[in-house]
Design a protein around this ligand. Structure first.
Ligand SMILES: [Zn+2]
Length: 395
């Protein structure tokens, strides 16, 4: 039951293009500068785009965005197609089921980290950090979706719908990923950001998980990774690599995913220290606070600088632009009695800065309307104000 109609996707694109044109232009220009510095030409990448098969909603949203922003359709299509290959989301996800929270509700956190695949690292590396914004979507059946995206991106880094389904994803740093060269034949492979968005058209985590698992079985994701759908019954954890998939339904307890698998742990790159450090630290925080896990606690976890501040802490910092660092975070508490009233908290920019300034973060409910959110969170200006690689110091 994919219900978002083409008309509304086009209009959503027009609205995004109108409101976000400078931020989208900055993201698309930096994207090309980064790829060209790494030796990939714009014309050859655009030339391969006919192999990409986005769904109709994505095509319509891109058309609308192009019309109102003045950025060409091929540029926007390339940005959306190649991001999944060259700029996969790193990130840390932490979650607590109802038996571990005072409210009895499921709580889900994602810290969104970027940037860059290993092909793009080098002297010429451009200072590309994507501008993050809050994104709204309304499906034809009225389901409301709120999440965080890069300006110009059709998919979601993380989000929730007003039926009380929350989602997040990240890349898994496996040995196979490390040994693969960037593979442009993977244009047709699935984009996790789109899978999250499509999952949120469903009314519960089971249906979302089943639908997206089905897609992953048919066609693997562009890079190995984790995809989660949580609701008040728990969370469905999907782990997918190039040739295998594993799933778990977690109904109690706590869990964390840094950039590695747990069910498919044999595939993990043993030299990925950051993943191991964040996994151990996150597990400790969740276990120490078991029974007392609130959204305030998750907001604190999102800023945690243990083992850092640096690449090994949950709030990730590094002055080198080619390293993956934290760019936004979202905490979602799923209200099991009234899903549309689920509390969500979003910070844009570096979590330790944005959570500590009232202008850098916002609290909403899952049923919030686009008008409820100040423009700064929708046009990129909040992100620009609170993005910094310098760790926050309390005054
Ligand atoms: Zn920090």
């Amino acid at each position: 039951m994919l219900v978002s109609v083409s008309g509304s996707s086009y209009e959503r694109g027009v609205l995004a293009g109108r409101q976000l044109a400078p931020a989208i232009r900055a993201n698309v220009e930096n994207f090309w500068i980064s790829l060209e510095a790494a030796g990939f030409s714009r014309s050859s990448l655009i030339g391969r785009l006919d192999q990409w098969k986005p769904d109709e909603n994505q095509i319509d949203e891109i058309s609308g965005m192009s019309k109102s922003s003045g950025i060409s359709v091929p540029d926007l299509r390339a940005f959306n197609c190649y991001k999944k290959i060259f700029f996969p989301d790193e990130c840390t996800m932490m979650m607590a089921m109802g038996d571990t929270t005072p409210s009895g509700n499921t709580i889900y956190l994602k810290n969104s980290d970027k940037v860059g695949g290993k092909e793009l690292v080098g002297e010429k590396y451009h200072s590309f950090k994507e501008i993050n914004v809050i994104k709204f979507e309304k499906a034809e059946d009225g389901t409301r979706i709120i999440g965080v995206s890069a300006a110009g991106e059709t998919g979601l880094k993380m989000g929730i719908n007003d039926k009380g389904v929350a989602t997040g994803s990240n890349i898994s740093r496996t040995t196979e990923l490390k040994n693969r060269k960037v593979d442009l034949t993977r244009i047709r492979a699935l984009d996790r950001a789109e899978l999250l968005r499509r999952g949120l058209y469903y009314p519960n985590a089971l249906q979302a998980g089943k639908a997206i698992l089905d897609e992953i079985l048919e066609n693997p994701m562009a890079t190995p990774g984790n995809v989660h759908f949580a609701d008040s019954s728990g969370v469905y954890l999907l782990e997918g690599s190039y040739d295998r998939v594993a799933t778990q339904h977690l109904k109690e307890g706590v869990a964390i995913r840094a950039n590695g698998f747990v069910l498919l742990r044999d595939l993990n790159d043993p030299n990925d220290i950051s993943t191991q450090a964040r996994y151990i630290r996150g597990t400790t925080l969740l276990q120490e606070n078991r029974g007392n896990l609130t959204t305030d606690k998750f907001v604190q976890f999102s800023q945690d600088h243990e083992n850092g501040p640096g690449l090994n802490s949950i709030c990730r910092h590094n002055p080198d632009y080619s390293k993956e660092t934290s760019l936004s975070a979202m905490v979602m508490e799923i209200d099991r009695n009234s899903p549309a009233n689920s509390q969500i908290r979003i910070c844009l920019g570096k979590p330790c800065h944005a959570w500590n300034n009232p202008a850098g973060n916002i609290s909403l409910t899952a049923g919030a309307r686009i008008e409820d959110v100040p423009d700064a969170y929708k046009n990129g200006s909040a992100w620009k104000q609170f993005y910094s690689e310098i760790p926050y110091q309390a005054a």
